[in-house]
Design a protein around this ligand. Structure first.
Ligand code: BLA
Length: 501
């Protein structure tokens, strides 16, 4: 318990998950020197597998383990994290799943008893993911729900959630399936601190993570380098006490999560919950990983197809806009048309365009022309990027006193960093933004006996937060479109319409 408290107060982002020196008690571990094969550490429970206690193991060599298939002795020159598997291998008449991996100068053997009555043939659903055909009319939720349905058919969990990361690594449950339709988290947001960077990083190294039983005690590694054995690639690695408490607070006893890697990026995770202990057989995990892999490749294709369609659409919108501008010989009229069209596209509260010596505005600007001047002076000096955006100009250094409510969110596009080059200001009004969190995220900051270190919150009930000071965010699509607008502006300089050159 004391150890638990201490661990809770340790800073989440600093917890060295891979150096826990412990494994979950659902299996056994042997650590050997990859060069000499001398055993240098073993899990405290090792006699259950080998009959020898950890101390005795330390005087032995891996080559004395006559039950160990040769295929698990990973080559010394193979890369860190290389793995080998032997499913359904009999050791002293017991069916076991074996795995080995290289971690620096160590070779690590993990053994788990088989827990399913049958052995898999990996036949599973090896067919194509239904949404992979080009002419499907599936939208993103169809893909997500299908993945959860497929996993539900393989894995005996009570609940499945699909969790999508935002750019700031907070996340949202965008799909959920539960036995009896008892959905609980769909549409709720979770703060980034629920899955610290170190834990997210682990997903780049491992295709899934099983937390077998939050009530089980961990098993120590015994040996000379137990504190430094790198357990990054271990499927048995013990559970962070903070996260263990988090799961208990959620009423979860077994948690199994699978990363959704899209274009080499951690896009989201599937998290499976069970209220009682469900020590998932390693073959089930393998099967689920395959299913997720198929989903990821199909979904990545869907996303790029969608992006391509969006970009084509943007091109169409802009070329018809430019075509419209050519219909008039009056430069002012053409520029006014440009400004008004962008106002509509961006649902902006105001659009201002500077071309040569003139300003074009979408709306009557007398009431806030001084504010506009101030913003223009500020942004003309900012040469950090051609396109800049904020949800609140008041957050920008020196613009804290801008009061006009038409001028809250801002995206600025400029053609070049030349002082008088054409520039465009798109504004959005402040708007109430409602976020439904799974519990008040500030409760993560509960002071533990006076310190302000993070600990998991105790409630995951929907907690609604309303923010009214900022504009709606500028979406990825808004920014992509802005890049194309900039190209159009460059073209306008080279053409006669609007008198830009
Ligand atoms: C790990 N946190 C995790 C994991 C998930 C979550 C999925 C991976 C391990 C697992 O599969 O259980 C979070 N799980 C979620 C979320 C949902 C879910 C958001 O089902 C949504 C439905 N956690 C905290 C705080 C800290 C913290 C405050 O809330 C730190 C101060 C830490 N989370 C934390 C740590 C891990 C973790 C350290 C790694 C656990 C491990 O691998 O041992």
């Amino acid at each position: 318990e004391i150890q638990n408290q201490e661990a809770l107060t340790a800073n989440c982002e600093k917890e060295q998950l891979h150096l826990s020196g412990q494994i979950q008690n659902i299996g056994y571990m042997i650590v050997a020197d990859a060069d000499t094969l001398d055993i240098v550490a073993a899990s405290d429970n090792i006699s259950g597998l080998t009959g020898a206690d950890p101390q005795q193991m330390l005087s032995l060599s891996l080559s004395a383990m006559d039950w160990l298939p040769e295929s698990l002795l990973i080559e010394l020159n193979s890369s860190p994290g290389s793995r080998a598997y032997a499913f359904n291998h009999y050791i002293h008449k017991e069916r076991m799943h074996l795995r080995s991996f290289r971690a620096e100068s160590r070779i690590i053997i993990e053994v788990e008893p088989a827990r399913s009555e049958h052995s898999f043939s990996y036949a599973g659903n090896n067919g194509k993911f239904p949404g992979s055909s080009r002419d499907t009319d599936w939208d993103e939720t169809d893909y997500w729900n299908h993945l959860l349905d497929e996993l539900m058919a393989i894995l005996p969990f009570h609940r499945f959630v699909l969790y999508r990361f935002s750019d700031d690594f907070s996340g949202e449950v965008v799909a959920e399936r539960a036995e009896g339709g008892d959905t609980q988290y769909l549409g709720l947001k979770f703060p980034a601190s629920d899955i610290p960077a170190i834990a997210r990083q682990m997903y780049y190294e491992n295709p899934s993570r099983l937390i077998a039983d939050v009530n089980a005690s961990a098993t120590d590694l015994i040996g000379k380098d137990e504190e430094t054995v790198n357990l990054t690639w271990s499927e048995l690695r013990s559970v962070s006490p903070v996260h263990n408490q988090y799961l208990k607070n959620m009423g979860v006893c077994t948690s199994y999560s699978i990363p959704l890697m899209i274009s080499n990026r951690l896009w989201g995770i599937v998290s499976c919950h069970h209220p009682t202990a469900l020590p998932l057989d390693a073959q089930f995990r393998y099967e689920a990983e395959q299913s997720v892999r198929r989903f990821c490749s199909t979904y990545a294709t869907y996303l790029s197809r969608r992006k391509l369609a969006m970009l084509r659409d943007y091109d169409d919108v802009l070329s018809s806009l430019l075509a419209q501008m050519t219909l008039t010989d009056d430069a002012d009229e053409a520029n006014q048309f440009f400004v008004d069209a962008l106002k509509a596209r961006y649902e902006a509260s105001h659009v201002a365009l500077r071309v040569k010596d003139g300003w074009y505005h979408s709306d009557q600007e007398d009431a806030f022309s001084q504010d506009l001047d101030k913003i223009d002076r500020k942004y003309r000096q900012d040469i950090s990027d051609y396109i800049l955006h904020t949800q609140s100009v008041r957050d920008i250094d020196g613009l804290g006193d801008i009061t006009a409510s038409q001028l809250r969110g801002l995206m600025t596009i400029r053609v070049s960093f030349e002082r008088n080059a054409p520039r465009l200001y798109l504004f959005r009004p402040p708007e109430a933004q409602i976020t439904n969190w799974a519990g008040n995220p500030d409760k993560n900051k509960q002071a533990q006996s006076g310190s302000n270190v993070l600990s998991p919150r105790t409630s995951f009930e929907k907690w609604t937060q309303v923010k009214g000071e900022s504009s709606m965010p500028w979406s990825t699509g808004d920014i992509l479109f802005a890049k194309k607008v900039r190209v159009s502006m460059l073209n306008l300089i080279n053409q006669s319409h609007g008198n830009w050159s």
